[in-house]
Design a protein. Sequence first.
Length: 173
Amino acid sequence: MILLNKTRHQFFPLNKKIPEHLESLIDAFEKNWEKISSQKHTMNSNRVLEILREDLESAEFRIEKGKKLNDKIKIPVLFGENGKIIKSFDVDGFHDETGTVLEVEAGRAVMNNQFLKDFFESCIMTDVNYCVIAVRDVYLKQKDFEKVKDFFESMYASGRLGIPLKGLLIVGY
């Protein structure tokens, strides 16, 4: 296996330039690559998120603080009577100004198709413009980043789905 010395990323659609606010998110992964690289470490997604927390918060992302109800970031999907939220999804991070959802995954990203669930949920959340899905570059000798990137390349190239997002960023760490 060839060891890379940096985070990998791919922005979709391929004919759009990556927005500036996502560049600062990539910088957070780059800055912490030695600590989080899946080529060197086997930590879970919560640990990766904790390492990235300070830099992501500096980039104006709200980051989940824990698993208790008050620590979670809930993004609405459906509203009921009197505007009450009746359906929402929890996300790892959110950039309020740009409507960017961040999900950091580890082992189950590809094996359990978690990346597809993250993408689908982002597509139906209210006021979400961008989705960022961070996956391990390597998991159990499998190339998770490559698999996720290839899937979304095919999906976007087919043109058969109406995607309600301005962009999707896949990050491999």
